[in-house]
Design a protein around this ligand. Sequence first.
Ligand code: F6R
Length: 249
Amino acid sequence: MRIIVCKDYDEMSQKAAAIVIKELILNPEMNIGLATGSSPIGLYKNLIDAYEKKIISFKDVSTFNLDEYVGIERTHPQSYYSFMYENLFKYIDIQEENINIPDNDLSRIDELSTDYDKRLLGKQRDIQILGIGKNGHIGFNEPGASLSNETFITELNEQTRIDNSRFFGSLEDVPKFAITMGIKNIMYAKKIVMIASGESKAKVINEAFNGAITTEVPASILQLHPDLVLIVDEEAASKIENIDFLNRL
Ligand code: F6R
């Protein structure tokens, strides 16, 4: 794995964007796995900037989001569908048919997971962007989720609902369920770029990469990925032990 320690969120966002931009210049038809939440907003701003400067185009890019809430409409301002349009898609030339976000239509609940797996099938992501939850979740693979899962509907962990209540105003308004790529889907990406910033992520980052591989810390499975780049700010890196050793793995 490669660990890049940055001075702050802005530098983390620039470094992550540089990896995506480089890949996109080499491969204009790339498939990219996207995350939501606070971590990738700066990265998306950098991508929009590169698009506006005509350095890159998303015309032939396909995107695959990690997850979506279940129990709110896609049009809800806090849906991940809305998030992606507000923070990236409405500013770039991506084609609507190349955007893939897990559907959350309750009337088709039994088909949603297999439908998303069908979309993912044969579309290996060249890069998968990941954030990490304070409890070690990736996508919405919460502690205890099977490492062999493909897309599934999951109950959100209490910690995750508390963390995400900052977007909803109150805990009661945070959905209790979500649809998410499983660990198996995530691990299938050619390259994984995880970004994390702030002191609140420091403990779990160390557990994920220096601890045992365990379903209790879902991100720990990433130790087995052959091409993992971890981009962290100084605060998130502050508890990583053996950083030089990890960088040589
Ligand atoms: C979001 C996602 C989550 C977040 C994680 C960190 O699509 O899959 O795993 O990456 O909850 O969220 P932030 O970046 O808000 O700290």
